[in-house]
Design a protein around this ligand. Structure first.
Ligand code: C5P
Length: 232
């Protein structure tokens, strides 16, 4: 995790489109993130198919339920042998502990990451719609602290909160940052965005990039550009 790896978000409707994308753009074997869209369509077999080509895998299902349900679900996910899974920190300390317990049922070292505040949310939505007071950053740091205290290995956060989270939780606590845009590319539904270079300079351990790569004219070139920015 030291080289700021980039996980490409495979937000495709099915395995056919996913496989075509990976093959056509010479992205076989790169770290990938499988989210709800693809997993709900293809199920666990999509993980098996990716593992054939040795892709490091972040399974981004953002579990959020009562602790027993999450523990049992995590037991099943643990058997898939992926590298990273996640839960919403908003599920609370008991749920995070239960997630960790479920993962510990397998020998595979799967990292547990807690989502702090979605990068699609802004301060106004947090305060006025969800009635969560305080700044996005203070909330993200708070969620990170209790996620760490309850067994999480790191958090998903915006790049803008990564430094403060590292200061509060220590340099070994992983920061996974979506909301990344290559210079000049569209923001889409993301609000708190940054470039890969900014991510590297601001405490991000793992960068997640979707549409800036998958919708690029030349996805392989976009991936290489982002990787270079993260490694300089
Ligand atoms: O296309 P884009 O780069 O915005 O994709 C970001 C990916 O990261 C999406 O798959 C999204 O579900 C995921 N994600 C996120 N914010 C979080 C957690 C995951 O954008 N807090």
């Amino acid at each position: 995790m030291k080289n700021n790896p980039i996980y490409v978000a495979l937000d495709f409707p099915s395995w056919n489109e996913t496989e075509q994308f990976l093959m056509e753009h010479d992205l076989r074997g790169v770290p990938v993130k499988v989210g709800m869209e693809l997993f709900y369509r293809e199920g666990p077999r999509v993980i098996e198919k990716l593992k054939v080509h040795d892709h490091p895998i972040f399974l981004d299902l953002k579990l959020h339920d009562i602790p027993t349900t999450v523990m049992r679900a995590m037991r099943n996910l643990a058997n898939l042998g992926v590298d990273i899974v996640n839960v919403h920190a908003l599920g609370g300390s008991g749920m995070i502990q239960a997630a960790k317990e479920g993962l510990n049922s397998s020998d595979h070292p799967t990292k547990l990451i807690a989502v702090t505040i979605l990068t699609s949310l802004e301060q106004e939505t947090l305060n006025n719609e969800l009635f969560i007071p305080g700044s996005v950053q203070d909330n993200a740091v708070h969620f990170a602290g209790f996620a760490k205290d309850n067994g999480a290995d790191g958090v998903v956060c915006s790049v803008h909160e990564a430094t403060a989270i590292k200061e509060a939780c220590g340099s070994d606590f992983l920061t996974v940052t979506p909301g990344i845009r290559l210079d000049n590319s569209e923001h889409h539904d993301q609000k708190r965005v940054a470039t890969p270079k900014f991510a590297k300079e601001n405490g991000s351990d793992i960068v997640v990039i979707g549409r800036s790569i998958t919708k690029a004219e030349n996805p392989r070139k976009a991936y290489d550009t982002a990787l270079k920015e993260c490694s300089n």
